[in-house]
Write a new protein. Structure first.
Length: 138
């Protein structure tokens, strides 16, 4: 069994965004040479997420509206966490959207269903953050 690890660094120029990272994950899979196995993609920051869904702008707007209803950014004073930073909402949004995904690798490709893509969700951007890709298999 082989393993391969790659870390991506992202810096989203605004507070919140959704970025399709499927091409970067595909590239890491090609670099690994692994044909059969599993791939883990992990947001290495507690105010960001990785999830699988459809690459459709209306859906991404729906995520944003839903998350703002559940954990609105402002007023900052509504959160006890916000003594040092103004990002308590980002921690809650990450908890809802998830930390990581695990995908099957079959015949050297991501074994996805129709429309499935991997996304990085940013909830407190404007600084460097990391995404880890870990692939194991043969």
């Amino acid at each position: 069994m082989k393993s391969y690890r790659k870390v991506l660094t992202v810096n989203i120029p605004k507070r919140r965004a959704y970025v399709n990272i499927t091409p970067q994950v595909d590239q890491a899979l090609k670099e690994s040479g692994i044909k059969e196995g599993l791939i883990l993609v992990n947001a290495m920051n507690i105010t960001a997420s990785v999830f699988i869904n459809d690459d459709e702008p209306g859906l991404h707007s729906d995520f944003e509206e839903f998350l703002e209803k559940v954990a609105p950014e402002k007023p900052y004073s509504q959160y006890r966490h916000n003594g040092y930073e103004d990002n308590a909402d980002a921690h809650i949004k990450r908890q809802i959207m998830g930390r990581e995904v695990v995908c099957a690798v079959t015949d050297g490709k991501l074994d996805f269903g129709t429309w499935e893509q991997i996304f990085y969700g940013e909830y407190d951007g404007m600084r460097n953050k990391r995404i880890m890709i870990k692939i194991i298999g043969e």
